[in-house]
Design a protein around this ligand. Structure first.
Ligand SMILES: NC(=O)c1ccc[n+]([C@@H]2O[C@H](COP(=O)([O-])OP(=O)(O)OC[C@H]3O[C@@H](n4cnc5c(N)ncnc54)[C@H](OP(=O)(O)O)[C@@H]3O)[C@@H](O)[C@H]2O)c1
Length: 307
């Protein structure tokens, strides 16, 4: 949805991107009913069938307000609709896409930790039917509630924010850190052997350091757990310019991707792409491996001054 390639791109370009990604060793594809109002699932499903690709596919369920008093029925119905769009009998990973908060917040259509227990029972039933292999959550919402859900166990994966601007999921931040403090949710999950999927690795694109958007990328990217707006995130990204000027990385985007994969608790990092060039760029960055320890130390020093 963010990069737009699989929702607003041209089909032959999408197909080339998926094929090139698989050749490069990428084996996990993330989609959701919400992305392009189902179009991402339709396109990804068609391409994977055409390519006869054996990859890991994850999709999600976002419950609507009217579903909240019928969660056990709403979840299989949403999965059936996703499977129809994807043209598959099952998916590898099925994730809750609603935010998680201490109390239900109608403005966000969020679920409480107790609601999540009901969701997980529905996921278990789908696993017994062979329709999903594993399940998890998108770990957005309130930090306390997210810690409660992850500590309770019973999850295979979380998708969580981790980037140069807000790495609080994977390291201690100073008191007064200005963004949401996830209080090392990644470490909590990794200690329980829950798979951690990093999202917002490029802060929705702001970690390119500019506010220019690709023509097919999502127009208004609202910051998640970072600044007040996209422009503020892009401006703050420039504090890491030293990684480029000192030739640790060739670009801020490369530095940001390599930062995400430097955390040992992260199983995989997702990068939204708008074009084949951005895909190639991400692959090249990942192939250069984690940032060196010395550079990570300098990043942490820069972060400790973030107020
Ligand atoms: N964010 C969430 O809440 C969330 C939740 C669950 C799943 N996800 C998944 O994660 C995917 C990515 O979303 P995200 O929010 O995590 O995005 P992201 O990867 O942080 O940012 C993606 C954006 O970065 C820019 N970019 C990528 N490569 C670049 C390059 N080489 N040079 C310059 N700019 C580049 C592109 O925007 P421009 O070119 O326009 O700048 C692209 O749209 C989603 O599509 C979804 O599958 C996200």
């Amino acid at each position: 949805m963010v990069g737009g390639l699989l929702t607003r791109g041209e089909y032959p370009v999408m197909r080339r991107a998926v094929s090139r990604a698989i050749e490069a060793g990428i084996n996990y594809f993330d989609t959701a009913p919400l992305y392009g109002d189902g179009q991402s699932e339709v396109n990804l499903g068609a391409i994977l069938r055409e390519l006869r690709a054996d990859v890991v596919v994850g999709t999600k369920v976002r419950l609507a307000p009217s579903d909240l008093d019928r969660i056990p029925a709403a979840i299989p119905a949403s999965l059936e609709a996703s499977l129809r769009r994807l043209g598959r009998d099952s998916v590898d990973l099925y994730q809750l896409h609603n935010p998680i908060t201490a109390r239900r917040r109608p403005d966000q259509v969020s679920l409480t930790p107790d609601d999540v227990s009901v969701v997980l029972r529905a996921f278990e039933a789908l696993q017994r039917q062979g329709k999903i292999r594993f399940w998890g959550i998108t770990a957005l919402g309130e930090t306390d509630a997210l810690h409660q859900v992850v500590s309770a166990g019973g999850l295979h994966t979380i998708q969580t924010v981790y980037n140069l601007l807000n790495p609080s999921g994977g390291r201690l931040v100073e008191p007064g850190f200005p963004y949401q403090d996830y209080r090392r949710l990644i470490d909590l999950a990794a200690a329980q052997r829950i798979g951690v999927i990093a999202i917002r690795v490029l802060a929705g694109g702001a970690l390119s350091g500019t506010t220019d958007r690709h023509p097919i990328a999502m127009r208004g990217v609202a910051p998640i757990s970072t600044g007040r707006d996209y422009a503020e995130d892009a401006a703050r990204a420039r504090q890491f310019d030293f990684l480029v000027t000192e030739r640790v990385a060739e670009s801020l985007v490369e530095a940001a991707i390599r930062f995400a994969i430097s955390h040992p608790g992260i199983s995989t990092a997702m990068v939204g792409t708008s074009s084949l060039e951005q895909l190639d760029h991400a692959v090249t960055a990942a192939n250069r491996g984690p940032l060196p320890a010395e550079a990570l130390g300098r990043v942490h020093t820069a972060l400790s001054r973030t107020t």
